[in-house]
Design a protein around this ligand. Structure first.
Ligand code: OOG
Ligand code: NI
Length: 463
């Protein structure tokens, strides 16, 4: 039997193959990557401390690599198969995101590596949405869209075969892993020939742009990739200098000393030429807007209490200033955000003391050497035996995701849907349940503290 390639390795190869493909498909994305690399270099040069810290925890050469991408699927079967494919790459569904409240007829999860080692080896995730035809009012159109989706096959036969093989044989060898990456990549490729006639595209588009994006094409083209930036404000400010159009505002919390959750922004999707069936065996020219590039900067994962405070403050801000898609009130929004978020503590000790964030505990030098006479964790921290570091948020934010969706669906009026989360339905379609992100962070935090306490209590008592 030949040796198996690790799922982490397959994921790393897949993410890098996807990056090459996308840069080739969307040249502006390559430009964004250059800008990100440049700003990251400048930031590291200006902040030697940061450089040292990152050097200890991340691999510096890979700092500007992709952290996530996104696709939108049409059917339960596509979602369930995608889950099996991602499992071969060590990516598991984490979190449930209902975007109906934000005017987008999808619900989503993020397939991602779970566990510190896997994230470190390669953090690539795919934000995966499933179209909700049940939210479309027009019944006839709904049935037509469902029929179109039912007749497409978004996976190559070889991709399906290799997925089955990986499941049966518990992994893939070198040759099969290479084939698997190439075959799976096909599902994410852009098709400039649509599945439908132009008239149908318009009907779908009138119901919602996103329905047209999912139903009109042969497959769920990757719609963006997202590298990590060390200074999102700088990249946002310099995008136009590089000839790419930034979305109006950075999504998420404001700039802070102690970053929380996730900040993201993107350049706006481009209008691309697409050929549509003309109904007579030929093609008719049209356009479609779907693909863009995004950047992200992550901070500490918040507890339910911290998240509730974040959600409240974001809500308060948006009640004061609702960011307009054309950017006309971007400055006022930024100012309101900064002001309102003053209510969120901005030093690690307070964030921890108020139970707002998740932290990972480790022994200090003193803790590694010394013997503690107390066992109360808080006292051990005060006495300098145990220290704590923020646990990075590895998931997504529904309001931000909706902002990213919206800004790339055009600046038109937003459509309203009644809030209708349906996690149960999503999990039935997925064929598995999603991991609860809060449970996950809680267990990381708990395990880190327990291992400190165990190490300290295992020491023989001082003479
Ligand atoms: C996904 C938008 C969500 C993010 O970073 O929040 C997302 C999409 O547009 O399909 O990727
Ligand atoms: Ni994204």
């Amino acid at each position: 039997m030949t040796a198996k390639v690790s799922p982490d390795d397959i994921r790393a190869r897949f993410s890098s193959a996807m990056s090459v493909m996308y840069r080739d498909e969307v040249p502006d994305y390559g430009t964004l990557m250059e800008l990100v690399a440049c700003v990251n270099d400048e930031t590291l040069a200006a902040e030697p401390d940061l450089k040292e810290r990152l050097d200890a925890t991340d691999s510096l050469e890979r700092i500007s690599e992709e952290r996530h991408g996104a696709i939108r699927l049409g059917t339960a079967e596509e979602l369930a198969t995608m889950r099996r494919i991602f499992a071969v790459m060590g990516m598991w569904p984490v979190g449930y995101y209902d975007l109906s409240t934000a005017g987008v007829p999808v619900h989503s999860t993020a397939f991602r590596p779970v566990g510190e080692e896997a994230l470190k080896l390669n953090p690539f995730r795919v934000f995966t949405s499933l179209l909700r035809l049940d939210l479309i009012a027009n019944e006839a159109l709904r049935a037509e869209a469902a029929a179109i989706l039912a007749s497409r096959q978004i996976f190559t036969p070889k991709a399906l075969e290799l997925t089955e093989k990986a499941e049966k044989e518990n992994g893939l060898d070198q040759d099969d892993a290479a084939r698997f990456v190439a075959e799976v990549l096909e599902t994410f490729r852009w098709h400039d020939k649509a599945n439908v006639e132009l008239a149908m595209y318009h009907r779908l588009h009138d119901a919602h742009r996103l329905i047209a994006d999912v139903v009109s094409f042969k497959g769920p083209h990757i719609n963006h990739l997202t590298p990590r930036t060390l200074d999102i404000d700088k990249v946002q400010a310099r995008m136009s200098e590089y000839g790419i159009a930034p979305k109006a505002v950075v999504e998420g919390p404001p700039t802070r000393k102690c970053p929380i959750l996730l900040r993201q922004t993107s350049f706006k999707a481009l209008e691309e030429s697409v050929s549509f069936h003309d109904g007579e065996g030929g093609w008719q020219a049209g356009t479609h807007t779907a693909r863009f590039g995004e950047i992200e900067q992550r901070g500490v994962a918040l507890t339910p209490k911290g998240r509730a405070l974040y959600d409240k403050l974001l809500d308060d801000t948006r009640r004061l200033v609702r960011p307009a898609a054309d950017g006309s009130n971007a400055e006022a929004y930024q100012a309101a955000l900064t002001e309102v978020f003053k209510a969120f503590p901005d030093n690690w000790a307070d964030i921890r003391a108020h139970g707002l964030g998740y932290f990972s505990y480790s022994l200090t030098d003193k803790g590694r050497r010394g013997v503690a006479s107390v066992s109360d964790p808080e006292q051990l921290i005060v006495d300098g035996y145990i220290c704590f570091d923020a646990i990075v948020y590895e998931d997504f934010l529904p309001v931000s995701a909706a902002g990213i969706f919206q800004s790339n669906l055009g600046d038109g009026a937003q459509q309203e849907f009644a809030a209708s989360p349906n996690q149960m339905r999503f999990e039935v379609d997925l064929g598995a349940s999603v991991l609860n992100e809060f449970d996950h962070y809680t267990s990381i935090q708990k395990a880190s503290l327990e291992s400190c306490l165990a190490a300290l209590s295992a020491r023989p008592a001082a003479e």
